[in-house]
Design a protein around this ligand. Structure first.
Ligand code: FAD
Length: 266
């Protein structure tokens, strides 16, 4: 057995101060990753600091050009947010596909991207939409945030406070999910910005976590249609191969999911 002290701060500043005092502190949001990890004794934090009751970390704000999701907002709240559904339907749809109802009612966007599971859904939207991750110390662009498997640009003790997504001209998400875990065997988010740029990100596919897909971006920039991807070949180099699917299978899934996502985007 080991002891851990549970804290429930009411502000981001209080949470950061508690973290600094702990010998091996951990932030807790929805707990859908951290608690199983603690149960398996893979983490034994001295202090667990619950961000889930900090009012400044909960909610969805929509302006004329961006959707901002505060870090402790649950997947369910994003999926059901009318303003988010209207501004970036693909983002609300992505949130609705995460796990099952229990996962969606506890899991949060901050926990998801801080954890950066290679098969998680949100990283694909963050990267494809060119979002900005706000922390208690700075803002980090999506291109600089994800650093590989379960790795991010966050410094020890840094707290994600919100993620701001620019509203695109078009966006779509398609996920080939694992039927047991509901995680993405491969998921692809496609986005066309209002300036006409195209960004595409795939999750569940690469050994290094979420990735841009330049071949699909180039084809869609020339012709935004599912048919434009018919002749595109995705290399299997660097893609995951496991009992659920080979790297060749995932390479094909990237293309097929991208075609479905473009069709959904319209
Ligand atoms: C059965 C099951 C199925 C799932 N299916 C899917 C799926 O289909 N797709 C998918 O994307 N995800 C899936 N998940 C993951 C889930 O959606 C959560 O997003 C994920 O567990 C992390 O979010 P959390 O809020 O639970 O974070 P926690 O478990 O509380 O924390 C995770 C990590 O993030 C850190 N952290 C949390 N919040 C912050 C913050 N604001 N700033 C800095 N660090 C922070 C914590 O310290 C911890 O290290 C599934 C989980 C389960 C258990």
């Amino acid at each position: 057995m080991y002891e851990t002290t549970y804290h429930r701060p009411s502000s981001v500043e209080e949470a950061a101060a508690l973290f600094a005092k702990g010998s091996e502190a951990k932030y807790l949001a929805g707990g859908h990753t951290l608690i199983p990890v603690m149960k398996q004794r893979l983490a034994a934090p001295s202090d667990v600091i619950d961000l889930g009751k900090i009012k400044d970390l909960i909610g969805v704000d929509v302006s004329s050009d961006a959707v901002t999701i505060k870090a402790a907002t649950t997947h369910s709240d994003v999926a059901q947010s009318g303003p988010a559904q209207k501004a970036i339907p693909a983002l609300a749809y992505l949130a609705s596909l995460i796990g099952d109802p229990a996962v969606r009612h506890r899991g949060t966007i901050g926990g998801s991207i801080a954890n950066n599971d290679p098969a998680a859904d949100y990283p694909a939207a963050v990267l494809a939409l060119g979002a900005t991750v706000k922390t208690n110390k700075r803002t980090i662009s999506a291109d600089d945030f994800f650093k590989g498997l379960f790795a991010t640009a966050l410094a020890d003790g840094e707290i994600i406070t919100a993620v701001t997504f620019p509203i695109p001209a078009k966006a779509g998400y398609a996920k080939f999910l694992h039927p047991a875990s509901r995680f993405a065997l491969t998921g692809v988010f496609v986005a066309k910005t209002k300036a006409g740029d195209v960004r595409v990100a795939a999750t569940g596919a690469s050994q290094n976590g979420v990735m841009r897909v330049p071949a699909i971006e180039a084809a869609l920039k020339a012709n935004w249609s599912a048919a434009a991807l018919d002749g595109v070949n995705i290399s299997a180099d660097g893609l995951m191969s496991d009992i659920h699917g080979s790297s060749d299978y995932r390479a094909n899934l990237i293309k097929v999911m991208a075609q479905r996502a473009v069709t959904a985007a319209g």
